[in-house]
Design a protein around this ligand. Sequence first.
Ligand code: UDP
Length: 241
Amino acid sequence: MTPRKPVYKRILLKVSGEGLMGRQGYGIDRRMLIEYSREISDVHRMGVEIAIVLGGGNIFRGVSEAAKDIDRVSADYMGMLATVINSLALQNALESVGVFTRVMTAIEMHEVAEPYIRRRAIRHLEKGRIVIFAAGTGNPYFTTDTAAALRAVEIRAEVILKATRVDGVFSADPLKNPDARMFREITYMETIRKRLKVMDSTALSMCMDNDIPIVVFNFMKRGNLKKLVSGHRIGTLVRGD
Ligand code: UDP
């Protein structure tokens, strides 16, 4: 069977910190990273340019219980640094499956990674390197979903693929409510109005204003990323009217 041609040329994949911790409930599960890396490398081999934004919630979140006695700005910087730890771990896993990568950080730390420079990021993508954007937006009071939206707009990604542990966007939490219904498609405005937790409102409005579709999909199911990039209708498409 001839492999399908990819429907996207350049994608931005967002994986939350929780997605990296596997079943252990904290930190980084190396097996998980290797699995993700294989899925990502399959899509890379199709010729798709891939940028990645990772969350930091598996290590530290500025708005979490663990951060309650720390001032918000410091806590947020700690969260941003957590995304750098995750990014280095994913870089290592991706390189162990033979993919060239670059980590670019929104907070300069030359010994660790390249600083984020938009033109350079695009050049890396054109040369077939996977670029991992770390340290969020570099600003407190934001999330890595907003960083994903911002970078996607900047590098002109055609879509944000938001990796989750459920099949898409549901009317209620499917892990708690058996009657929850999954949406095949939904508009940005509806997700905001219905308070569905797709992304925070800053990230969503960035996507809406710049017309970047988001596909929420289950990254725990093998082959899903490749199916998506091959044009299969899986997950939930979040788009404009
Ligand atoms: N963060 C920030 N600015 C950014 C991105 C992230 O301050 O531009 C901090 C914030 O404290 C956040 C933490 O980093 O709670 C981890 O990011 P996020 O909660 O988005 O990770 P995820 O939920 O995707 O694991």
